[in-house]
Design a binder for this molecule. Structure first.
Ligand code: PAF
Length: 286
């Protein structure tokens, strides 16, 4: 595996591959790998002749007061994992390699970014879209893989890609969970023992709503209230950021479940902000 820090070198490596008619898969990451990242990389390995994994804690997607400086990092271990899983290149630039001091161009999907995580993290998805578009441009990737835990992120990136005719196919992978249901996240390391013990209630609450919907409940506000009541009892250390029922593709709010619907949430537990989601009805083929 080649370790590349320079965007220019990444471009020339990928150009060389394309000249040889070799297709390219990309897995954008911010590092501190867990089994969820490993699943993305393993899946991407099977999609193309060449595999680029990027490792970049993107400052543009962190707001003031967020955890940019304390975001967990372990570049050496991440590089070993990427290599063992068959990456051809690990692209690990410095912020100055990605953003000139007078960087002024941003990519936004404002409506889809105005809801859910975007409401609490203004500018977050602008930072995500901008860096991911840069990675698409630098690699010319044919396919890129993202996790469905960050459902809003993959929905926004899918829309951005379509709107800007970026010739990349986006594939998504299911959320990887601990045995007790907690969605894997690099930020789970922030949880205290007491918070960790309660955190699986987040997913249990979502499953409760899914089961109610499967039994015929269609009123999104009733489902929300049922989950909130459950969390009030079983998740006292959690502070709700949001719990919504939305259209899985447009992220528009859903009141009455008549087709595909997604319940998504963010819950703060101490220093951690945990996001999760569940499909309440089967999404259309994407
Ligand atoms: O999901 C992430 O880890 C990041 O948002 C991404 C897609 C790598 C962009 O920085």
């Amino acid at each position: 595996m080649q370790l590349i820090a320079s965007p220019r070198e990444l471009v020339s490596t990928c150009r060389q591959w394309r000249r040889q008619d070799e297709d390219i898969a990309l897995v954008p990451t911010m590092g501190y790998y867990h089994a969820g990242h490993e699943d993305l990389i393993r899946h991407a390995r099977g999609l193309a002749k060449r595999l680029v994994v990027s490792l970049f804690v993107n400052p543009a997607q962190f707001g003031p007061g967020e955890d940019l400086t304390s975001y967990p990092r372990n570049a050496e271990r991440d590089a070993a994992i990427a290599r063992d899983l068959g990456a051809d290149v690990l692209f690990a630039p410095e912020p100055a390699d990605m953003y000139a001091s007078d960087h002024a161009t941003w990519v936004e999907v404002p409506d889809m970014a105005a809801t859910m995580c975007g409401q609490r993290r203004p500018g977050h998805f602008r930072g995500v879209c901008t860096v991911v578009l840069k990675l698409f441009m630098l690699t010319g990737a044919d396919v890129a893989v993202f996790g469905r835990k960050d459902w809003q992120q993959q929905a926004i990136l899918t829309r951005m890609t379509r709107d800007l005719n970026v010739p990349v196919r986006i594939e998504t992978r299911p959320t990887v969970r601990e045995e007790d249901g907690l969605a894997l996240s690099s930020r789970n390391v922030y949880l205290t023992r007491e918070e960790r013990a309660q955190a699986p209630e987040i997913y249990r609450g979502l499953c409760f709503a899914r089961d109610m919907a499967a039994q015929g409940a269609t009123d999104a506000s009733l489902l929300r209230q049922s989950v909130l009541r459950r969390w009030a009892e079983r998740l006292p250390l959690g502070r709700l950021d949001y719990l919504v029922v939305v259209d899985p593709v447009s992220l528009a709010s859903v009141q009455e479940i008549r087709g595909p619907a997604l319940m998504a949430c963010a819950v703060r537990m101490g220093r951690a902000r945990l996001i999760d989601n569940i499909e309440l009805a089967q999404s259309p083929d994407r």
